[in-house]
Design a protein around this ligand. Structure first.
Ligand code: HEC
Ligand code: CU
Length: 351
């Protein structure tokens, strides 16, 4: 009896925690409030399967309840044996064909949607971006535009943007629940998918494939802006001069350290397709450090002094000369003045 109470308590605790935790999470990191084409088609199929499931559940419960009531053993009939039935042709046909029908109702829109989302016929006249998953960050290379970014993917609202997704190391999976479906980033081949956002916003993305100790920290963002702002952003990024000397002395020192401390071997500032570490061209326009911490000088210095404490297993740790706090501070000053565009996540009022 005691152990049963224990189980009941455990069950209650589990139920309550699930309910409470279900309310956690970020805005624009949900597939239940779709704001883009891929997410909307997934949502519709999800709803269809839910409706079918509820229907089946109700029918089963009704039949079960009827059978319970109708075929109860009645008083005075304890020895009564009901008529023995062996097989019923009509019933068997019925309960074979109904599930087949339900599976078909689910399969047809699913298959149509899968082919629709993989359709590449408009790709040549649209924006194309090469997406590379790396342990534990994402690189975005705007084909033909000479723009490289990392962590933040800028796209125009209302347009199909074709993503050609691959990986530089292990299998990752690109997923922006609020606007897109999910697609694998494989080392050996490129998968293509398009995304389209209906409204301006900052949409959180996640790596959806267990890829190492910091897999759950491999966050990124899709920043959907109006087509005019997008044009502006592209021009700003193309005009960014990586050689520009910062105004303040501390930041100038930071720039020199960035070159002398071998940061530049892994990180590009400007459009160079260097893929060892994230591109840092517009670092001051970012909202997160390493995809997860708010952009503040303290967090940036913390990252530079000890990246391991923020993202275990990352590929920067131990691969650069040790920095003093002053040096980290100067580098942070330098990175935080790399402000090239007015089109930022903050500027669309979502931050
Ligand atoms: C061996 C290559 C390598 C070297 C050298 C290196 N880094 Fe990194 N760095 C990385 C990688 C890889 C990441 C991505 C870590 C992650 O998110 O998993 C990173 C991340 C960062 C980030 C966070 C980027 C973001 O998206 O927010 C900053 C800032 C940074 N590095 C600055 C520096 C500075 C400054 C130096 C020089 C002192 C340096 N790095 C040296 C590889 C390197
Ligand atoms: Cu990953």
């Amino acid at each position: 009896m005691k152990s049963r109470m224990g189980k009941v308590k455990l069950f209650l605790l589990f139920g309550i925690t699930s309910l409470v935790l279900a309310a956690c999470g970020k805005e624009n990191l949900t597939s239940l409030d779709p704001k883009g084409y891929g997410a909307e088609s997934s949502f519709n199929i999800m709803m269809l399967s839910l409706i079918i499931m509820i229907g089946v559940f109700l029918v089963v419960i009704v039949i079960y309840t009827l059978a319970l009531i109708r075929f109860r053993q009645k008083k005075g009939q304890e020895n009564y044996i009901p008529k023995q039935v062996e097989g019923n042709h009509k019933l068997e046909v019925l309960w074979t064909s109904i599930p087949i029908l339900l599976v078909l109702i689910l399969a047809i829109p699913t298959v149509i949607s899968v082919f629709d989302l993989a359709d590449e016929t408009d790709a040549s006249s649209s924006i194309n971006i090469d997406v590379t998953g790396n342990q534990y960050w994402w690189n975005f290379d705007y084909t033909g535009e000479e723009i490289q970014t990392s962590q933040d993917l800028y796209i125009p609202v209302g347009e199909k943007v074709y993503l050609h997704v691959k990986s530089s190391d292990v299998v990752h999976s690109f997923w922006v629940p609020t606007i897109s479906g999910k697609i694998d980033a494989n080392p050996e081949n490129t998968n293509t998918m398009y995304i389209e956002a209906y409204e301006e916003g900052v949409y959180w993305g996640k790596c959806a494939e267990l890829c190492g100790p910091s897999h759950s920290l491999m966050d990124f963002k899709v920043i959907a802006v109006s087509p005019e702002k997008y044009e502006q952003w592209v021009a700003d990024m193309q005009n960014a001069d990586p050689e520009e000397v910062p105004a303040e002395a501390v930041a100038q020192e930071g720039k020199e350290l960035f070159e002398s401390k071998s940061c530049i071997a892994c990180h590009a500032i400007g459009s160079s397709p260097n893929a060892v570490g994230p591109n840092l061209t517009n670092y001051a326009n970012r909202t997160t450090v390493a995809g997860i911490k708010d952009v503040t000088k303290e967090n940036l210095v913390e990252w530079l002094l000890d990246p391991e404490s923020i993202k275990p297993g990352n590929l920067m740790t131990g691969n650069y000369p040790e920095l003093t706090e002053d040096e980290a501070n100067s580098i942070a000053e330098y990175l935080l003045q790399l402000d090239h565009s007015e089109v930022t996540p903050q500027s669309i009022g979502e931050w």
